[in-house]
Design a protein around this ligand. Structure first.
Ligand code: 5GP
Ligand code: ZN
Length: 117
C-alpha cells in the first residue's frame, strides 16, 4: 500500500497485476482492460495507474493525466474498432459509478444507442 495505490481498490489491484484482467493497452500512466460485463462489442476501461476517485479529481490534480486517458481511449478504439468511440465517466452513485477509481468506459464497434436512464 502507498499513497497512490490502495489494496482495497479493485482497479489499483488490476493495475498492480494482483487481480486478473485482460489488458489491451498500457502506457506509463494508464492501463486499458476489457470490462468484465461488456455493454458493446468493444467495452474497455481506461484507468490511470495512480488512484483518483473520479474524473473531476483527475482534472483538478493532473489535467495532463486526463489527456493521457483520452488519448489511450482513442488508441484502443483505433486498434479494436474503427476509431469511433463513446467515452463515459460515471461520477457518483446516481450516475452509475460503482468503482471509485476513476475509469473511462470506451464503447465502440457498433452503432450505439442512447438510453442513459
Ligand atoms: P462504473 O459502474 O463504476 O462506471 O463502472 C465499473 C465497471 O467496472 C463496470 O462496467 C463493471 O462491469 C466493471 N468491473 C467491475 N469489476 C470488475 C473487475 O473485477 N474486472 C473488470 N475487468 N471489470 C470490472
Ligand atoms: Zn484505485
Amino acid at each position: 500500500t502507498s499513497a497512490t495505490s490502495n489494496s482495497d481498490c479493485i482497479f489499483c489491484r488490476i493495475v498492480a497485476g494482483d487481480l486478473p484482467s485482460t489488458i489491451v493497452a498500457e502506457t506509463d500512466s494508464a492501463v486499458a482492460f476489457n470490462d468484465i460485463d461488456p455493454q458493446a462489442p468493444v467495452h474497455v476501461l481506461v484507468v490511470p495507474k495512480k488512484h483518483y476517485g473520479d474524473v473531476a479529481q483527475v482534472a483538478a490534480a493532473d489535467p495532463e493525466l486526463l489527456a493521457d486517458i483520452v488519448s489511450l481511449a482513442d488508441q484502443v478504439a483505433g486498434t479494436l474498432a474503427d476509431g469511433q468511440f463513446r467515452l463515459i465517466f460515471n461520477s457518483g452513485p446516481r450516475a452509475g459509478q460503482s468503482v471509485f477509481h476513476v475509469h473511462a468506459h470506451v464503447l465502440a464497434g457498433a452503432q450505439l444507442g442512447w438510453s442513459p436512464a
